[in-house]
Ligand binder design. Sequence first.
Ligand code: S3P
Length: 191
Amino acid sequence: MDNGSPTRAPATDAGYRRILLVGFMGSGKSTVGPILASRLGWSFLDFDQEIERRAGLPVPEIFRRKGEGVFRELEAGVGKDALGADRAVLAPGGGWPAHPGRMEDAGADTLSVWLQVGPETSVARSRAGGARRPLLEVPDALGMARRLLDEREPYYALARLHLDSEAASPQALAEAILKHLEEAAGAEPAR
Ligand code: S3P
């Protein structure tokens, strides 16, 4: 939802129509996203919430009752719709970018940002948030996180901007992204 005038120079000055926050579970996408969206006066879309709305079930229940395949199909559908959004901050789940072509399809009018997190912090943050991440509800959660991160990092690395999410607060990460937008607005247009 568009909640009013931007409090800073609109990012569209830099040619961006949306911001795509990618990163592993626990990287802060769902925390940084709403802060950023509110600062810009843009909408915020959390893919998992939209998947839950469409399925009428929480994510862990989709995994348990219908299987990961059904979750991934729903996720792909949400992603397709979301990449057409205007003035929106998008937060896909950690698995969405890890398919050939998805990061590239985001296009030059999307500012993609990788919020980097290590496996230890990911597992610790996921545990602190309760049993909401079925992929890490396994005996060797750290081993699983390491394996998934190894597979996914080449995709996350395609993002235009890389930020260390362990070294900064969600507020500071949102500020860093706003600063990047301001700098981009003063430089070459994004397309
Ligand atoms: C997943 C990440 C989760 C959620 C689902 C699968 C993944 O989202 O989409 O549990 O494959 O990494 P977050 O990255 O927001 O935790």
